[in-house]
Design a protein around this ligand. Structure first.
Ligand code: SF4
Length: 197
């Protein structure tokens, strides 16, 4: 199965209660061969309308943060833990995450990135399978099933709480240093990585 085929297979997904209120499934966007995958939480109002993760103000901020780390949206793939908008932007419920998680895992398998950057609490908890606090573990690096997992604050946090902006900028600077120090890839070409000039 390709990434496009997986996305198409979810277009009418009715597996959880979020199907009833969504406008559309927001599968993900970006380079299907990306070496860096960003995982957010869930689509919000604008994402639900446009069918793309991280649009509107939070998307603009993510684009700026990526650029500060020497990346562009075309270099990376961006997805969410769950693919449909929770009503009124409430937190995703545990059973919704469990139901949608296999599709995130399939995305990871198909993209096969070297680095997974999780944004916010829900993404890192989903990847680590335990209740951690992003404010305590941000900037650390974990190995999960052969992937480098790099937890970062969610850019929406900076929009809601201005004092978080400097912390998020710091996370992206740490990511830049981490990427600069990654050994050269062996299984994917350096050209595919787009990170080694
Ligand atoms: S959130 Fe995931 S499991 Fe639930 S309906 Fe949407 S695609 Fe299906």
């Amino acid at each position: 199965m390709t990434l496009d085929e997986l996305g198409a297979s979810l277009r009418d997904c009715q597996r959880c209660r979020l199907a009833s209120k969504r406008t559309q499934v927001v599968f993900g966007i970006g380079n299907p061969n990306a070496s860096i995958l960003f995982i957010g939480e869930a689509p919000g109002f604008h994402e639900d309308k446009q069918g793309e993760p991280f649009v509107g103000a939070v998307g603009k901020l993510l684009t700026e943060l990526l650029e500060s780390a020497g990346l562009s949206r075309n270099d990376v793939y961006i997805a969410n833990v769950i693919k449909c908008r929770p009503p009124d932007n409430r937190d995703p419920m545990p059973d919704e995450i469990e139901t949608c998680k296999p599709f995130l895992m399939q995305q990871i398998e198909l993209i096969n990135p070297r680095v997974i950057c999780t944004l916010g609490n829900f993404a890192i908890r989903t990847m680590l399978g335990k209740q951690v606090s992003i404010t305590k573990i941000r900037g650390q690096q974990f190995e999960v099933q052969g992937f480098h997992v790099f937890p970062m604050l969610h850019p929406a946090a900076a929009l809601h709480q201005g004092s978080f902006r400097a912390l998020i900028q710091e996370d992206f600077q740490k990511l830049k240093i981490f990427l600069d120090n990654l050994p050269r890839p062996t299984s994917k070409s350096a050209e595919q990585m787009g990170l080694f000039g």
